[in-house]
Design a protein around this ligand. Structure first.
Ligand code: SAM
Length: 246
């Protein structure tokens, strides 16, 4: 997977990539991140990348020229390499989309700043607009990092054998069960007995029930789309009955 990130703040992207899973993945050649400084494609003595909006109003708008030239400089790894614009107006990014994007060979990410980018770049160059949530950030860099992090975890080999994503929240439409590690007792609170039993089937059942319980309590909306078994249905019925009695 190759990412090309277009930004006027390249160091923001590079700083995050220095440590952690993405840094390891890059070292092992599983992902490659190229950061393109949009400012390098700006003309004039001041290398301005923004200008006042036509029609008036507050704030500045990113000029189309520098972004267009920066995009033109990015080598395309495949014919259908996607150009993604990070914007609060885009489709909401989620785990399903992360899986879909993880199958691409190259993602070209355009980070906006100020009031956003000139509309003509969106019309001429952008394949998809993505948002990481219904709030407004000061720039697309954090959004690009969120996307790269979520997608890279799904690239084969990035997490290694030990850290499978299979049971992560959202993978099967549910939130993940709770985790415990040593010590066995912490501030008077004990690890659930069943996790110490060594009975793998019972542990599996307990975790599934916890997963369903959490989803029902915290994100009941997810249950509409989750793939549930007959056993899951029975557990949910019991949980709902229990909640009604309380
Ligand atoms: N004026 C724009 C609007 O109301 O739609 C918001 C511009 S925002 C201050 C500046 C840049 O931050 C955007 O161009 C975009 O790249 C990025 N950004 C802000 N919120 C975002 C979000 N929720 N998801 C993805 N990118 C976001």
């Amino acid at each position: 997977m190759r990412y090309d990130v277009l930004t006027i703040f390249p160091e923001m992207i590079r700083a995050y990539l220095k440590e952690g899973i993405l840094a390891r993945a890059a070292k092992r050649g599983l992902i490659e991140v190229q950061v393109t400084d949009i400012r390098a494609f700006a003309g004039g003595a001041h290398k301005n990348t923004d200008d006042r909006p036509f029609g008036g109003g507050d704030g500045m708008v990113m000029k189309p020229g520098p972004i267009y030239r920066a995009l033109d400089s990015v080598p395309r790894v495949e014919e259908n390499s996607l150009v993604l614009l990070l914007t609060p107006q885009g489709k909401r990014f989620d785990q399903e989309m992360a899986w879909e994007l993880s199958r691409q060979k190259q993602l070209i990410l355009v980070c906006g700043r100020y009031e956003g980018i000139d509309e003509r770049i969106r019309e001429l160059c952008v394949d998809r607009e993505l948002s990481i949530g219904d709030y407004v950030l000061s720039g697309g860099e954090l959004a690009a990092l969120v996307l790269m992090d979520a997608v890279s975890r799904l690239v084969p080999g990035v997490l290694g054998g030990q850290n499978s994503t299979q049971e992560d929240s959202f993978e099967d439409g549910l939130l993940e069960y709770p985790h415990y590690t040593r010590p066995r007792v912490f501030m008077g609170r004990e690890v659930p007995e069943i996790l110490l039993s060594g009975d793998h089937e019972k542990i599996r059942q307990w975790r599934r029930a916890q997963s369903l319980k959490r989803t029902l309590e915290k994100r009941p909306d997810l249950l509409q789309k989750a793939q549930l078994t007959g056993e899951d249905g029975a557990i949910l019925e019991k949980l709902k009955e229990g909640a009604e009695k309380q």
